[in-house]
Each structure stands twice: as structure tokens, then as C-alpha cells.
Design a protein around this ligand. Structure first.
Ligand SMILES: Cc1ncc(COP(=O)(O)O)c(C=O)c1O
Length: 427
């Protein structure tokens, strides 16, 4: 869960060669910190394995995990494409150096203007439903520019993860069954307003087992073989989604990325041989496993308060609006207190934010040295789905984000101000 450059010392920690204390005094708190070396290392875990074992592949970073123009430029320089799920993510990617031809546009309810933006920029649209396909047909016909499409299929694979982050089970809102997809694909193949490029399935997020990834490859290849026959049309690409789990605490064992990707390529080759179909382009869409452990969040500790029922609270100057994941999924993290004079005494704490909600908690039952007000709280593994899920609840100014590398730091996102908070209000 630590960044690869992380160093934990008694009264200070370092990330990317930068002192955490100095980062706090320069930029203030709450602060998101992203370690460039970890981000690049995580990209390379995928790209080098694929280069060695299956070069006909694209790694499309699932930008919902954490996206800014600066982050997109780093992933572009590592030769990754991107997966986007909204016009806002697509627009951000288009402001960066990511090649639009390596961008995949997901989502179960894309608007006309989002589809229009994707088609104009040669972004591949991952079709979720019949209504959307009708929209794509109308817009592509109007623009006289064929849309590139993949179809999102629901493989019915149920994985062991939180129910909110499962997506490939029977009752998921995402995708189509193969039977539902076939007539839609036949419409695409028969027309000249879209080009069918392949099929997609994503089974969920934070998956710690390796087996489901092999299952999804086998299922996609078997499905591609059927579709090639039924449609009499090639399936050039199979997109296996993302979902590779990461370690958030010492008790977690995350899948080993090079091993799992190598296994997926072996399964792909073997399944294609069994079904006698040509080897397709392999697309994977990792999000969390690219940025999760590259990020940490820094807070300033305020009061340490005991309540009559027995809980001991540590209050921090952020909370649910910069990290809603404990509230949403009871997600665990690794916490540390950075103190000029570390206490030898420990306590068991509930870590709460400053928002006007009893549920505004970041963790419960964490053993830490007893902190003093103004000590720093560092939370590891917050790179994914923290900034991207942040909100302005209670008219909170979202934190700044800084990139650290080789002892230097630079701002990726400026801290919001009160002026930003009222910017769109009308009197
Ligand atoms: C279609 C799709 N691809 C990729 C991902 C990325 O998942 P993760 O961040 O778990 O790798 C998601 C996450 O929800 C997704 O919905």
C-alpha cells in the first residue's frame, strides 16, 4: 500500500524524496500527494509484461480512478490509452497527450453530446444498450463519420468483492447479454455508420483472486468465436476491463500484476487455438492498480476527543468529502501519525472528519500512537477513487494535489478557494 519511494521515519516520512512535513508547510492540508515513480512503475508492470508476451495489446487506464490533465500526460508518456465514462473525463483526456484512438468510452447512459464528442475524436464507444446504439447511429449518420464500437457484454461472472463494485453479475445495470447484443451487432455490421471492433466485459473492482481474470478471458474468447460465426464478421479486439485489486492494509494480498497478465495472455492464446479463431487485440483497463498506492492523503489533526460511549476520536481537517470510500464501502486504509515528538503510548481510535454527518468517518478501530493537535495524519493508498469521488459537501474547498519526484514537488490541481465555491452561484 506504500508508494515505492516511501520512507517511514519516526518523526517524518518521505515520498518521492520529499519530506512530508515540508509538503505540509508548503502546500497546507488536506493534501493529496501522488508519487510519480510509483505511477510509472505501475504502468510498466502492465506494459512490459504485455510487450514480452502479447504485444498486440492496449492498456487503457481507467481514468475514473483518478484523473487530471497532468496524470493523463504521465500515463500517455508510458504509452497507455484511457477508459472514460463521462464527457468530463473525455474532455480532460482530450486536453492531454493521450492518443484518442486509444480511448474507450464507457457508461450506461451516454448523452447525445457525449456521443458526438467521442465520434468526432475517433474515440471507441463501448455500447451499453439498444437506445444508445440508436443515438450513435443518428449522430454518426449526421456527422458522416462512422463510429467505432465495442459491445459491453455481461458475462454473468460473480466475483468476491463489495456488492457496489461488482459489475459482471446477472443483475448488473451494465452491458447486454449475448442474445440481446447479437441483433444490435447485426445492425452495425449491415450498416456503414459504425465499425464493429470487438467486445468488452468488466466483472468488478478490487478483485483479489486471480481466477476470475482467466475466466473472463475464456468467456470472451468463446463468445467471440460464436459471434464470428453468427455475424460472419471478425472480432478484432477483446477488452477484459480492469478490477485488479491492491493492498490497502498489511493483511491484504494483492494479485501479482505481471503474473496475472502473463496468465491472461496464455489463456487467451490457448482459448483462441481451441476455438480456432485469430488472436485478437487484448485490451485491459486497470485503474486502481495504476494509481492506488501512488497516492497518499495528508491531514492536520485537530482535537483528540473521548466520548461517553467509549470511542476515542481523532479529528482531521478533511474527511468524507475528500475520501467517501469508508462511508460507501467500509474500505480499510493504513494510517500513520507524524509527530515532532512521537508518543510511546498507543490508543485505539475512530478517525473522523469535519463534516456535519455522524457517518463522516475514515476508519474505526485503528491502533496509533496517541497524537497531539497539529500532528500530521498520513493515509496510504488513497490514489484511487478519492480525488475522483470528492465533493464540495458543506461547501468544502477540495484539497490541492501535488506530484512528487526525485525530491521535487509540483501542483497538479490547485486547492479550491471560497471564491471557487460561489463561482457558479447566481444572486
Ligand atoms: C468498465 C470498467 N473498466 C475498468 C474499471 C477499473 O476498475 P479498477 O479501478 O478496479 O481497475 C472499471 C471500474 O469500475 C470499469 O467499470
Amino acid at each position: 500500500m506504500y508508494p515505492i519511494t516511501g520512507e517511514r521515519h519516526e518523526s517524518d516520512h518521505r515520498i518521492g524524496g520529499c519530506s512530508v512535513r515540508e509538503l505540509v508547510s508548503t502546500y497546507g492540508t488536506p493534501l493529496y500527494v501522488v508519487d510519480e515513480a510509483t505511477l510509472r512503475y505501475n504502468c510498466q508492470q502492465f506494459t512490459t509484461t504485455l510487450r514480452d508476451h502479447y504485444p498486440n495489446a492496449t492498456v487503457a487506464y481507467a481514468s475514473k480512478a483518478g484523473l487530471t490533465v497532468g496524470i493523463a500526460n504521465i500515463i500517455a508518456s508510458e504509452q497507455l490509452g484511457a477508459d472514460v465514462v463521462s464527457g468530463g473525463e473525455l474532455y480532460t483526456i482530450l486536453q492531454s497527450r493521450v492518443d484518442p484512438e486509444r480511448v474507450y468510452f464507457h457508461g450506461n447512459n451516454k448523452s447525445g453530446s457525449e456521443i458526438d464528442l467521442a465520434i468526432r475524436h475517433c474515440v471507441t464507444i463501448v455500447v451499453d444498450n439498444a437506445h444508445e446504439l440508436a443515438h450513435i447511429q443518428a449522430i454518426a449518420t449526421d456527422l458522416q463519420q462512422p463510429a467505432r464500437v465495442l459491445f459491453r457484454l455481461n458475462p454473468g461472472i460473480d466475483v468476491h468483492t463489495h456488492r457496489y463494485i461488482k459489475t459482471g453479475h446477472g443483475d448488473s445495470k451494465f452491458g447486454l447479454t449475448v442474445d440481446e447484443a447479437i441483433p444490435l451487432m447485426q445492425r452495425v455490421v449491415a450498416g456503414d455508420w459504425a465499425v464493429l471492433r470487438g467486445i468488452h466485459a468488466h466483472i468488478g473492482s478490487q478483485i483479489m483472486d486471480e481466477a476470475p481474470f482467466q475466466m473472463v478471458v475464456r468467456w470472451l474468447v468463446a463468445t467471440a468465436a460464436t459471434l464470428i460465426q453468427v455475424l460472419n464478421h471478425p472480432i478484432d479486439a477483446i477488452n477484459c476491463g480492469g478490477g485488479f485489486g491492491i493492498s490497502y492494509t498489511a493483511g491484504d494480498t494483492a494479485p501479482n500484476i505481471p503474473r496475472i497478465i502473463h496468465q491472461m495472455t496464455e489463456t487467451l492464446k490457448q482459448s483462441c487455438a481451441e476455438h480456432a479463431i485469430p488472436l485478437p487485440r487484448l485490451i485491459v483497463e486497470p485503474g486502481r492498480s495504476i494509481i492506488g498506492n501512488a497516492g497518499v492523503t495528508l491531514y492536520t489533526i485537530g482535537a483528540v476527543k473521548s466520548v461517553p460511549q467509549g470511542s476515542q476520536y481523532i479529528f482531521v481537517d478533511g474527511g468524507m468529502a475528500d475520501n467517501p470510500r469508508f462511508m460507501m464501502y467500509q474500505s480499510a486504509y493504513t494510517f500513520d501519525v507524524i509527530s515532532a515528538e512521537p508518543s510511546l503510548q498507543t490508543g485505539v481510535f475512530k478517525i473522523a472528519g469535519k463534516f456535519c454527518e455522524s457517518g463522516d468517518v475514515l476508519a474505526d478501530g485503528v491502533t496509533l500512537p496517541v497524537p497531539q493537535p497539529n500532528d500530521i495524519m498520513i493515509v496510504y493508498g488513497t490514489g484511487a477513487y478519492n480525488y475522483s469521488m470528492s465533493s464540495n459537501y458543506n461547501r468544502y474547498c477540495k484539497p490541492a494535489m501535488v506530484l512528487v519526484n526525485n525530491g521535487t514537488s509540483r501542483v497538479l490541481v490547485k486547492r479550491e478557494t471560497y471564491a471557487d465555491i460561489v463561482r457558479h452561484d447566481m444572486p
